[in-house]
Design a protein. Structure first.
Length: 224
């Protein structure tokens, strides 16, 4: 099974969750006519293109973008910050923020952690950037760690999502995906409501923050 096919399983699970919660969706590959491993769908301008989040969803007059990341190795313990974090490629992270700014629509990041079989999500503007993997870091590791430039975001910034029993096992035949919120809870809560589980986050941009990059080992690429 190719990297694209494995990552597509994660996107399928999230798409089905959204549809079961009353959302109407369009996959980014359908919007941009991209298929297979030929490249990421883009939001195109006169002289550039921004990477498009995986899913465009609509419900009750609300329009959102949803990006799905499937992490085969789960979250990584970062010694410097004494917490578990996720790595996101810099071009992707920058594009998602620019898509939100240009469209005025929410952009959500959903992470599926395969080892723990959990699904987590957060509005991108409420995710902290706590570290940055620079071009110098990439060169020093000969591209064997993380692959390219990127940002580190805390696992604790993400909220768990309940997974319908009908979708259990879609990512792994050995274990079931689990969530820890109420079964009747919303997949994507309205962050403007008084009852939302949002919080006051800090830095969200691509600042030049120092990080030790976690464990000194080669990290398997994620299926995103």
């Amino acid at each position: 099974m190719s990297k694209y096919e494995i990552g597509a399983k994660g996107e399928f699970v999230v798409a089905e969750m959204l549809k079961s919660d009353g959302w109407r969706i369009a996959h980014a590959s359908n919007l941009d006519g991209v298929a297979g491993d030929s490249g990421a769908p883009l939001v195109r301008g006169d002289d550039d293109g921004k990477i498009m989040p995986d899913i465009h969803a609509m419900k009750d007059g609300r329009t959102v973008w949803v990006e799905v990341k499937l992490k085969r190795s789960g979250a990584e313990w970062i010694h410097k910050n004494d917490q578990y974090e996720h790595f996101i490629d810099a071009p992707n992270w920058k594009s998602y923020n620019e898509v939100q700014s240009a469209s005025g629509c929410e952009v959500w990041l959903v992470i599926i952690e395969v080892p723990d079989q959990t699904v987590r999500r957060q509005l991108i503007e409420n995710i902290n950037v706590v570290g940055f993997w620079s071009d110098t870091d990439v060169e020093q590791c000969d591209g064997t760690k993380y692959g390219g430039e990127g940002v580190f975001v805390p696992q604790s910034d993400f909220m768990p999502v309940d997974l319908p029993s009908s979708l259990s096992g879609e990512i792994s035949e050995q274990r079931q995906l689990e969530g820890t919120v109420d079964p009747d809870g919303e997949v994507l809560p309205n962050m403007n409501s008084d009852s939302s589980d949002s919080f006051d986050a800090g830095q969200h941009g691509l600042g030049d923050f120092a990080t030790d990059g976690g464990k000194e080992k080669d990290t398997e690429a994620d299926d995103e």
